[in-house]
Design a protein. Structure first.
Length: 225
């Protein structure tokens, strides 16, 4: 009987200890989860921007992209600019390769990272110390890429034509108990040039380079009489 009572007491103490440890674990988890989430999303935004810039840089270097590869300029007999036409085959190739490169980088070197437990203390002395909380990075949804074209006046008979790529990327991290996502958008200059020559005061500009705008990116013929 005594052994049976002692066993029950030990089991009771064990279960009570386990219960309090579980409560302590839940308390600590609830305390650190918001901190981990904030730090993880901050790292995610930084890494997302780095991935975008690295992907664009790699593709532009591999494709050896120049302004003349993307835009063809048409002039009249006096040398005035009449229109700028987009090479949509090249545009779509760049967009596709950038999207694939981003996905490849995320699945490769950027697939996960660790946050040292000391970083959650907010104390400089403990920063970078302690075991790491592993955070897995995911590419949520697809990458969307668009090219924008803008013309800026630079002076008398001079204009700057810029081609920029806008990348929208939705990324997610798997945290302690849940998944968090963040939308990352970045704008990267692909090519630009200075257009020398008379440009009409009134013209039609099309910002987004898509299949519908293949004929005329900027139609300088659409001017007031």
């Amino acid at each position: 009987m005594k052994k049976s009572k002692k066993l029950k007491v030990k089991v009771g103490i064990f279960l009570l200890t386990l219960f309090f440890l579980l409560l302590l674990f839940c308390y600590v988890l609830n305390r650190i989860e918001p901190i981990v989430s904030t730090k993880a999303l901050a790292i995610l935004r930084t890494r997302g921007t780095r991935v975008i810039n690295e992907a664009v840089e790699d593709v532009l270097r591999e494709e050896e992209v120049s302004y003349l590869d993307i835009i063809t300029t048409t002039r009249d007999k006096d040398g005035n600019v009449m229109s700028l036409s987009a090479n949509m085959v090249k545009v779509n190739t760049i967009k596709s390769k950038v999207s694939l490169k981003i996905a490849s980088l995320i699945k490769g070197e950027y697939k996960s990272f660790g946050i040292p437990l000391g970083n959650l203390s907010g104390t400089y002395l403990l920063s970078g110390r302690g075991p790491k909380i592993n955070v897995k990075l995911l590419l949520a949804d697809s990458v969307t890429t668009t090219l924008e074209s803008t013309v800026e006046e630079m002076g008398i008979n001079q204009s700057r034509h810029k081609i920029e790529m806008i990348i929208n990327l939705k990324m997610a991290v798997i945290l302690l108990r849940k998944q968090k996502s963040v939308d990352i958008s970045d704008r990267v200059l692909i090519a630009d040039t200075i257009i020398v020559g008379k440009v009409p005061d009134a013209y039609t500009s099309i910002n987004r380079l898509t299949e519908e705008e293949e004929g005329d990116v900027f139609d300088f013929m659409a001017q007031t009489e």
